[in-house]
Design a protein around this ligand. Structure first.
Ligand SMILES: [Zn+2]
Length: 228
């Protein structure tokens, strides 16, 4: 008797389940709003700065991947401009532009398509003054970018034990042309011995990413609306 009941009920329940429209609302792959786009600086032919055989493009990628993973674990919707070592300018539909401009316009196209609440470019600094060290956050002059920069700068300052202020970045093409709050995070100076150690040490990398996650969380909590 039980077996007979199962044979009748199971197809009916399955049919109801499959035809019920709630699946459309819970589909895990439909993302209509991004919280964060991580822009991984340089790549491919463009290595960025370097020291002791370590290239900026590789550090940017490493930090970008770790940051994406940590944010996704906290259920944020995260996009990223590159996941491998390649030059974004290779994908550009504008062959007449210089390579650097092709690279930047690709990053802008990604930002415009995903429309995240925040856009964060990861870079590493260099100076001929090898005592210069610490994180530098550069922000888009308009709107909320300053608040994002201030929060990220404060969090990183406490990790690096420094008292730096974020800097205005008017001439920077990418930030000038983005609609959402956007910042450049110069994670540290590859030319400074202590910063080099932090940037290349696995434990420190993990800690720096945790600091960035806290800062982004704080910003999104304080400034939840998505206009710039
Ligand atoms: Zn750079």
């Amino acid at each position: 008797m039980k077996k007979w009941l199962t044979m009748v009920f199971l197809p009916v329940v399955l049919l109801l389940f499959l035809s019920f429209p709630f699946t459309a609302y819970t589909h895990p792959y439909i993302i209509d709003s991004y919280d964060v786009v991580i822009d991984v600086g340089h790549g491919g032919i463009d290595g960025g700065t370097s020291a002791n055989g370590v290239l900026e493009k590789d550090l940017n990628l490493l930090f970008g991947q770790k940051l994406m993973k940590e944010l996704r674990q906290k259920s944020y919707h995260v996009g990223i401009t590159r996941l491998h070592d390649y030059s974004l300018s290779d994908d550009s539909p504008f062959p007449h532009l210089r390579r650097h401009m092709r690279d930047l316009t690709q990053r802008k196209l990604i930002a415009d398509a995903l429309k995240p609440k925040v856009f964060i470019s990861l870079h590493v600094n260099w100076s001929k003054h090898n005592k210069r060290r610490g994180p530098v956050i550069i922000y888009q002059v308009s709107g909320k970018s300053y608040h994002l920069a201030r929060i990220v700068q404060e969090h990183l300052n406490s990790y690096y034990n420094m008292k730096k202020r974020p800097q205005k970045g008017t001439p920077y093409f990418l930030m000038k042309h983005l609609d959402m709050p956007s910042i450049i995070v110069e994670l540290g100076y590859i030319s400074n011995r202590e910063d080099f150690r932090l940037l290349t040490d696995e434990k420190a990398q993990h800690d720096i990413v945790a600091v960035l996650v806290h800062a982004i969380e704080e910003y999104l909590l304080l400034y939840p609306a998505d206009e710039a």
